[in-house]
Ligand binder design. Structure first.
Ligand code: UDP
Ligand code: MG
Length: 333
């Protein structure tokens, strides 16, 4: 019986120092399987990552790579890898060794038991910086409070996806795909495996506070439209309060012969309402901006180079597609 081909997809952004260890541990962990491929996606690295990947691919037919034309971000690099992986199941993990490849055997076992999505869930680790733990906790609290599907805290992008899940994801045309939030929506038979996280082998995290905030915003706006409703609720509440207060002021003026005075109350009112209005405009703007990006329909990544000849039917950039059409109609040599 064929056991099925296993693909491992690894997004890598300036990870040259981690690649040798990654390759060693991955090939060792995969040596027990007959058929596998390792697909490393260089996300516009500026260090020697691409050069090393070229050497790896030349020396070992089971290692492939993709190099994106610039830094498109972790999620897009992951999507690029998923789009090109050829295995019957696809495992994604980070290049910095925080996702131990030694768990692959267990993940594959669960897959063979019939699970289509096997997510690795990080056990809480006291060594993670307190600030990162706090922001991560806050993020999951917030996102779970407003989205329709439960996203498990600690579920990073270390998981196995069956071919049917990868094919389902390939039909998504979203520019900003937030896999963590999309997978619960997809359905399929899912299970979790807990693992103790490891420290980053070399280098620093590529997520600074700004990128974490952007990811959080992306995650929220792509998982739910509930924040849009917030302005309706707040509007009703504030209008109600305003009416009550206006009535109170009127009664005082007519019957008690004294008026509510003071700059302070006026200023508080203006600032509160102004603040809320700007906040709501901002939320609206976030969604509107996203609509614009989606409507433009640009691809979420562009491939500059890959380790094997480009398949005839797949053109990843509109320019390449146009050129192919022109060539077919003999308008280009
Ligand atoms: N990564 C990427 N593009 C980016 C940022 C990160 O491909 O713009 C990769 C990075 O090389 C690593 C993975 O995504 O393999 C996770 O990044 P990192 O370890 O910096 O994130 P953290 O573990 O701190 O959340
Ligand atoms: Mg990491």
């Amino acid at each position: 019986m064929s056991e099925g081909k296993i693909s491992v997809v690894v997004p890598a952004f300036n990870e040259a120092d981690n690649l040798p260890l990654l390759k060693d541990r991955l090939t060792r962990a995969l040596s027990q399987f007959d058929d596998y491929e390792i697909l490393i996606v260089d996300d516009g690295s500026q260090d020697r990552t691409v050069k090393i990947l070229r050497d790896y691919a030349a020396a070992d037919a089971r290692i492939r790579f993709l190099s994106l034309s610039r830094n498109f971000g972790h999620q897009s690099a992951l999507k690029a890898g998923l789009d090109r992986a050829t295995g019957d199941c696809v495992i994604s993990l980070d290049a910095d060794m925080q996702h131990p490849p030694e768990y692959i055997a267990e993940m594959v076992e669960r897959w063979r038991d019939g699970f289509e999505i096997v997510s690795m869930v990080r056990r809480d680790d006291p060594r993670t910086p307190a600030f990162k733990r706090l922001t991560s906790k806050l993020f999951y609290r917030l996102i779970n409070a407003i989205s329709d599907f439960e996203i498990r805290p600690g579920a990073a992008d270390f998981r196995l996806l069956d071919r049917c899940v990868v094919d389902a994801l390939a039909t998504f045309e979203e520019r900003t795909l937030f896999l963590r939030g999309t997978l619960p929506w997809l359905g399929f038979r899912q299970c979790d495996i807990e693992y103790p996280p490891e420290a980053r082998a070399q280098g620093d995290s590529k997520y600074n506070l700004r990128r974490m905030l952007l990811l959080a915003l992306d995650g929220i706006t792509s998982s739910s439209t509930r924040p849009l409703r917030l302005s309706t609720y707040l509007g009703v509440i504030m209008a109600g309060l305003g009416t009550v207060y206006a009535g109170y002021a009127l009664i005082l003026r007519l019957f008690a012969d004294s008026a509510i005075s003071g700059w302070a109350s006026l200023l508080v009112g203006i600032m509160t309402f102004g603040g809320i209005q700007l906040l709501m405009l901002g939320i609206l703007g976030e969604y509107l901006g996203k609509v614009l990006l989606e409507v433009k329909g640009r691809p979420s990544y562009i491939v500059r180079e890959q380790s094997e000849p480009r398949p005839q039917s797949v053109a990843e950039s509109p320019v390449a597609a146009m050129q192919a059409r022109l060539r077919a109609s003999r308008m280009l040599p």
